[in-house]
Design a protein around this ligand. Structure first.
Ligand code: BYC
Ligand code: FE
Ligand code: FE
Length: 482
């Protein structure tokens, strides 16, 4: 292991020896003002002057890498932090398996590698842009702080990718780094690269669904890139994953707390039928069927982020040693997949059925399957919470053919169980599966800010424990007058 020490003296905290790397240091210092401008324009609106109780990465030691303190977000110390290098690391998969991991960009794969880094980098600021208005409707200071924590860390993830571009990709890397600050989520002329990152995150239920489902795609993709034979990419993703865990914690516990509040309110009011939607809504909580519809929406949008089920890009990225499988290092096979097959759900003669496909071409599908398994863990916990309140309702992830815009099922309409519907049936039943205008209006009506320390909006239960073990009435954000 080397360079674990983080240098905190310069403009850019880092453990990559920027002090001695004058070229990259200058390139990043030149990029920095544009980043701050982007943050001020597109980051959390209305709270840039407020003091937020944030964790900042100050080390890459898994046991104690963060410190908590009040910070104004624009003054957050975004740093470049790589997990420690493993001496003698080998490329773990693909045609170069067993060769020394690359410390420089392998020339023949330069374009492919740059594309992966740029796509990863693009999602990070996109999510900040999507979430920029949510501070104004935060259900508590605790939740507001968590939102801002996620936002500054996504900002740091952008730094992580920009470092790779500036250090390893010369002029075109510099241009890509610039372009990452120019694209805007949802902009018709200069949109972000992947579909889900151009959608709106209009309310806090969406925010928690996004951090549960979409940040989890982040986890899966980062896990796959952490296996990369290009060692700097592997190391940067490994460290990003330690931050990512908190994002999914925010999502999972956020939904749990919403469900808890709904169930408690139903019980107090003596309502046991989850379909008594109007009665439940009168209690100022979100009915379970609406939570299900939001889950359907965010799950299906996120599945699109895995790309096509059958993908030559994915095969090439694996074959050349750039992007591995989920936890490649724990899998027991030849790590080359030349002859193997993998079952892929496809649309064959209008029917959804499994077909064995060459394993290399099916890697997007495989990662997506691993993702669905991971998603179901939290769903199980939500259902346990519902069952404990004696309410007959289960949250279920919709079928993977439901509401898709990328891949095999783009051109069909399926219901949440995977039955193919005619366009007319779909149009009639859409509101059963996805939030209707009425549902959206109702949720919006609940989005009243609660900014008193220790208080929570009507529709969400307090967390079990505070951040950094702070007491319930801790002032996580000291709101500055606008
Ligand atoms: N939207 O061969 P295919 C995160 C394009 S999230 C638009 O199947 P591939 C985060 C595709 O680009 C993780 N276009 O694609 C979460 C290709 O276009 P070209 C982000 C799409 O490459 C929350 C064409 O369709 N990281 O970190 O196998 C908050 C053919 O497709 C989409 C990564 O994704 C789409 N959804 O798979 C903050 C890792 N899907 O090149 C952050 C890096 C496909 O032919 N990315 N297309 O013009 C990759 O590994 C892959 O690019 C993808 C796509 C998995 C995304
Ligand atoms: Fe991220
Ligand atoms: Fe994240």
């Amino acid at each position: 292991m080397n360079i674990v020490q983080v240098d905190y003296d310069g403009l850019i905290p880092n453990n990559v020896g920027l002090g001695e790397d004058v070229r990259v240091k200058h390139a990043l210092e030149k990029w920095h003002p544009g980043y701050i401008n982007w943050w001020n324009d597109m980051g959390p609106e209305g709270f840039q002057e407020s003091l937020v109780y944030l964790r900042t990465a100050i080390s890459v030691d898994p046991k104690g890498w963060a410190k908590f303190d009040y910070v104004r977000m624009p003054e957050y110390r975004w740093g470049v932090l790589l997990a420690p290098q493993h001496e003698g690391r080998k490329i773990p998969f693909g045609m170069h398996k067993g060769e020394d991991a690359w410390q420089e960009v392998p020339g023949e794969y330069r374009a492919m590698l740059r594309r992966l880094v740029v796509i990863q980098g693009d999602t990070e600021p996109a999510s900040v842009e999507q979430q920029r208005y949510l501070g104004k409707t935060a259900p508590s200071l605790y939740d507001m702080r968590n939102l801002f924590q996620v936002n500054v860390e996504e900002g740091r993830h952008l730094w992580a990718m920009v470092y790779l571009l500036q250090k390893y990709f010369g002029t075109d890397g510099r241009e890509e780094a610039e372009a990452l600050l120019q694209r805007r989520s949802g902009d018709p002329d200069t949109p972000r690269m992947l579909g889900a990152f151009n959608e709106k995150t209009p309310d806090w239920l969406s925010f928690f669904m996004f951090t549960y489902f979409t940040d989890r795609d982040g986890k899966m993709q980062l896990e796959a890139l952490a296996q990369s034979g290009f060692d700097p990419l592997s190391r940067t993703c490994r460290f990003m994953l330690t931050e990512e865990a908190h994002h999914m914690f925010v999502g999972e516990t956020g939904i749990t707390r919403i469900i808890q509040r709904t169930c408690e309110a139903m019980k107090e009011a003596g309502i046991s039928d989850p379909n008594e939607i109007e009665k439940v809504r009168k209690l100022g909580v979100i009915d379970l069927p609406t939570i299900q519809k939001k889950a359907n929406m965010h799950f299906s949008l996120t599945l699109d982020l895995f790309g096509n089920e059958i993908s030559t890009n994915a095969a090439n990225a694996f074959h050349s040693g750039l992007k591995g499988r989920y936890r490649e290092d724990r899998l027991k096979d030849d790590h080359q997949l030349e002859g193997g097959t993998y079952p892929v759900l496809r649309l064959i003669d209008g029917k959804i059925q499994n077909e064995d496909s060459p394993a290399l071409s099916a890697l997007n599908m495989r990662l997506r399957d691993d993702y669905v398994v991971d998603c179901n863990v939290g769903v199980g916990r939500w259902n346990k919470m519902i069952a404990e309140h004696g309410i007959p309702f289960e949250i279920k992830l919709p079928h993977v053919a439901f509401h898709r815009h990328i891949g095999e099922f783009t051109n069909i309409k399926a219901d949440v169980s995977g039955n193919v519907l005619s366009d007319a049936e779909w149009a009639k039943r859409r509101g059963e599966f996805l939030p209707s205008d009425g549902d959206k209006d109702f949720i919006e009506s609940l989005m009243q800010p609660q900014m008193e320390p220790g208080k929570f909006a009507s529709w969400i239960a307090p967390p079990r424990v505070g951040i950094d073990n702070k007491p319930g009435d801790f002032e996580y954000v000291k709101i500055a007058d606008a």
